[in-house]
Design a binder for this molecule. Sequence first.
Ligand SMILES: [Zn+2]
Length: 555
Amino acid sequence: MLDFTRYLRPDEVEAALQAFAAAHPTLCTISAIGQSHEGRSIWCATLTNQATGPDREKPAFWLDANIHATEVTGCMGALHVIQSLLGRYGNDPRVTQLLNERALYIVPCLNPDGMEQALTSPIYVRSGTRRYPYADERDGLYPADIDGDGQILDMRIADPDGGWKISEHDPRLMRRRAPDEVGGRYYRVYTEGLIRGYDGTQVKIAPPAQGLDFNRNFPYIWAPEGEQHGAGPFPTSEPEVRAAVAFLVDHPNVSCAIAYHTFSGVLLRPYSDKPDDQLPIEDLWTFKEIGERGKALTGYPHVSVYHGFRYHPRQVMSGAFDDWAYHQLGIFAWTVELWDMVGAAGIKERDFIEWFRNHPEEDDLKLLRWNDEQIGGRGFVPWRPFTHPQLGEVEIGGWIERRTFGNPPEELLEATLAPNTEFVIAHALMTPRLELRQATVDALGAGLFRVRATVANSGYLPTYGSKRAEAVQAVRPIEVELKLAAGAELVTGELRQTIGQLEGRANKRALWGADYPTDNLHRMEWSIRAPDGGTILITAAGQRAGTARVELQLG
Ligand SMILES: [Zn+2]
């Protein structure tokens, strides 16, 4: 049992997954879906009751985490989902039904190399540890722990040209200098580090040595480095991304997905590059309906990246997982940004991105107060003098970002994860699901039998998942097959036929909705001639909705 009081390293995550599988062999199996750049296994836990059928014959949900190295909350969140499902199976009817009828593919650490570095080194890495875009070292300021305290913080340096000054309200706080402000003591603020190729005057900022961003490497409007930082040399060039893409293409039973990230406390959805009116309207309604469930369970609002989470107001992001999964496969895919320190400090209504560009000093004071009162001051290192080998007298201090903005302090981890586990459970229960009902055999005499059955979709989503999936033919029509015993012959009907798709409870958005048809049902009928006592098998298979089987006795 994990207690979620600390962040686990990749080898501990692997051990935890092995322990889950060993303790619950009928509900949890683990397998490697690929290898990282440094050769670590990328583990996937498959959760389903194997006694009720193999995972590939069940509708499925995908959850991955930690594609961004320092966003270690995500990995713990995925482990929290696994432990909750295994612990609640047999006690909680929702979870029991979920694992009996459906499968979850959970990759707690899609990027083990980056996560290992994030947990063992103060050097920031966005995703992968491979050097990119430059193989060699470049001139400029690069991050380094120059005072040996184990952290890379900020350096402030007195400079009459500086754009910062010390707040009058709290000496820890740096405030922007007003455009017309003169006559004060001003500072430049840099990341703690050293300057390669320093000429004694000019400070350049070196490009990141490990500049890959795996969440820009997916094959959706992929763009090269000059247009999209971190993109990598070509789509799926990175083995971690390729593993996720190959797995999902190979598992058409997945209709819904979440990627766990930090931070902001928001449920993000496609698209990143175009407005909502360019989604099929039914998919937009469904995304919003799922998002409302998520909001009720997590307290996080839901918004498209284009409308509510753009890093630059005039640029769009390319190569992201959720866009790719929706656009190519029609998967209802989300990026869940776990943890919201800004909100925790009492700053509620805000634009998630623009707030970081510009916000009132009052907000900064709230953050420092939250640090002092809620986490014992552990999130902020007060400025202290240090003699920099190149720049001379500086002060080093500031937020320990990875343990404040970036991830919750350990004592708040479980409270951050638990509501999101409920959203995963809810979302996975929304997947389509095929059933065979009312299967009957009537003996008509003279060796003739009439066989009937109803193919039903009991899920919220239609059997094709999304309109996007239907449009790009990501999902084949449902196939129904009748297998006869030896000696039997078909008189009417077809042994193998496609019946199209079945609707669910989604996409029901007429203004007056009282008279929806039973369009989740399809009635089948055959007549066969056969000796008494044989058996026949009816199979209905949908790629997203799973496979249903029923065996019937003749006579
Ligand atoms: Zn992220």
